[in-house]
Design a protein around this ligand. Structure first.
Ligand code: CP
Ligand code: NVA
Length: 307
């Protein structure tokens, strides 16, 4: 028996709350410099098919801080799916390690990795989703607001992997989640319909950013061209020109709002410097919380996996 974390919906609502509580507890221990070493004598293999700053450093440092050892396997090391099949990599790495974190292009590849691995798999981003990011984000919102009640989040930008994980969270925690994107850049509409059918949250897709941000507690954005789409960057800059998060858009919320971005940001493109550096911007708290949210997820997976 082993548990993976590939999608936010792999956890129940209760488990999400437990994980957030655990993350806060671990964060407090870290700040108090108290010892907590549940990963003693454990190792984490980290597979990266795409670049990363936050995910690599927060997983590697986080696993080490809790007493374990994490090893980095970059695109030129194991060549997952190229030099060797995903299934064989999964089987081999399971013989040496207690857990595997992977950042891959195709979502079906992480599903395959999980199918053949004997140890828990943690999703560190695919083209489809980024569940660890959104767990860190909701932890950050909870810290800043003190509650998740009556939460309106407006995501402005591309209907990408970040949006899909927000939709998944909206299937577990009630919220008003509005996506404002240019036509032709909608998120996966099957995923939107599935999340709407859950009837827990109010989910809307809009093509009018100024209307969509009204009353929002949180304005969230991400790059317009994700990893793997950089050759489309120029066209996207034209198509997204009305969707920049700037002070004018922030003031259209009509209330005190917080600004979030998963980072890396292309400052001056999807968001201005003034917004990134404003006192209502919580982007670095959000980045910091990656480590605590992920450590909580990994503690839970290791505890519940009989591997
Ligand atoms: N937010 C995030 O996942 O950042 P990296 O791509 O730098 O890991
Ligand atoms: N949507 C972005 C997120 C980066 C953390 C990407 O996939 O490149």
């Amino acid at each position: 028996m082993k548990r993976d974390f590939l999608h936010i919906t792999d956890f129940t609502t209760e488990e999400i709350w437990e994980t957030l509580e655990l993350a806060r507890w671990i964060k407090n221990k870290f700040y108090q410099r108290e010892e907590y070493h549940p990963f003693k004598d454990r190792s984490l293999a980290m597979i990266f098919a795409k670049p990363s700053a936050r995910t690599r450093v927060s997983f590697e440092t986080g696993f080490f801080r809790l007493g374990g050892h994490a090893l980095f396997l970059g695109p030129n090391d194991i060549g997952i799916g190229k030099r060797e099949s995903i299934a064989d990599i999964a089987r081999v790495l399971s013989r040496y390690n207690d857990m595997i974190m992977a950042r891959l292009f195709k979502h079906e590849h992480i599903i395959e990795l999980a199918e053949y691995a004997d140890v828990p798999i943690v999703n560190g981003l695919t083209d489809f989703n980024h569940p660890c990011q959104i767990m860190a984000d909701i932890l950050t919102i909870l810290e800043h607001r003190g509650t998740l009640d009556d939460l309106k989040i407006t995501y402005v930008g591309d209907g990408n992997n970040i949006v899909h994980s927000w939709l998944a969270l909206a299937m577990r925690i009630p919220m008003q989640f509005t996506i404002a994107c240019p036509e032709g850049y909608d998120p996966d509409m099957d995923m939107v319909t599935t999340a709407q059918k859950e009837n827990l949250s109010e989910i809307e897709v809009s093509h009018d950013p100024f209307d969509a941000v009204k009353n929002a507690d949180i304005i969230y954005t991400d790059v317009w061209a994700s990893m793997g789409q950089k050759e489309e960057a120029e066209k996207r800059r034209r198509d997204f020109s009305d969707f920049q998060v700037n002070e004018k858009l922030i003031s259209a919320t009509g209330k005190q709002t917080l600004f979030m971005h998963c980072l890396p940001a292309e400052r001056g493109i999807e968001v201005t410097d003034a917004v990134c550096d404003a006192d209502y911007s919580i982007i670095f708290d959000e980045a910091e919380n990656r480590m605590f949210a992920q450590n909580a997820i990994m503690v839970k997976l290791l505890k519940e996996s009989n591997t």
